[in-house]
Unconditional design. Structure first.
Length: 210
């Protein structure tokens, strides 16, 4: 078995701006703008899955995904893998209702043994980097063969340290995004796209229709 998987083969992530995709009428009250449309997410997730497959084929791989923001990303990513792997979930949260508390709270611990396995940690978005740095450090205690990280979104403007993910889907600007698993106060996880909230949602004193 190779000690470390080859250097990630994924093309660099695009920096996304407002998309031309129209916000569906059903969501227009809450969503100001679509940043990444559902078809664009689908194409990129497939590219990510392909690169990860090439890098880990034939290896003992455990995917460790962080709840709850990865629910859609994880499901779409792993359905492309055509080799045996194991999946486990950990519950860790640093945000409550949209603001960072700075503290990590474990709500579900890992079940699988990671020793002598390659580990790929999957998260929805890399912001300050505190979550993935802490989780990586914790999982490393189990002495896996290697650890890498995979995120759908990277918000480099939020970073408080130099943490980099190995597989990144898209770079997003300094905005709070929701959809495709990402929430605001546990809402909007079901949206098939990534978008930006209307201001009146997080600043309720702002009238919806001025
Ligand atoms: P970090 O520890 O890197 O600052 O935070 C990562 C976590 O913060 C993510 O897993 C996600 O739960 C949350 N987060 C950071 N930025 C955003 C954002 O723009 N939208 C949402 N919905 N969650 C975010
Ligand atoms: Mg999260």
């Amino acid at each position: 078995m190779k000690a470390t998987p080859p250097h990630p083969r994924l093309s660099p992530p695009a920096l996304v701006g407002p998309s031309r995709a129209r916000v569906p009428a059903a969501h227009a009250e809450d969503i100001h703008q679509i940043l990444i449309s559902a078809p664009r997410i689908r194409r990129r997730v497939e590219e990510m899955a392909h690169a990860i497959s090439e890098d880990y084929r034939g290896e003992r791989l455990v995917i460790v995904a962080l709840l709850n923001g990865t629910i859609l990303f994880l499901a779409d990513l792993i359905r492309h893998f055509e080799f045996p792997l194991r999946v486990d979930l950990i519950g860790v949260s640093s945000y409550r209702g949209g603001t960072s508390s700075g503290e990590l709270e474990y709500t579900k611990r890992l079940k699988l043994d990671l020793k002598d396995h390659h580990v790929l940690i999957v998260d929805d978005i890399l912001d300050t980097g505190k979550t993935l740095r802490a989780v990586t450090r914790e999982l490393a205690l189990q002495k896996p063969t290697s650890i890498r990280t995979c995120v759908l979104l990277d918000k480099p403007s939020g970073r408080s340290d130099s943490f980099q993910a190995d597989y990144v889907g898209f770079q997003v600007p300094h905005l709070f995004v929701v959809g495709y698993g990402l929430d605001y106060d546990e809402r909007y996880r079901n949206l098939p796209f990534v978008g930006v909230l209307q201001q009146h949602i997080y600043e309720p004193e702002t009238p919806a229709h001025p």
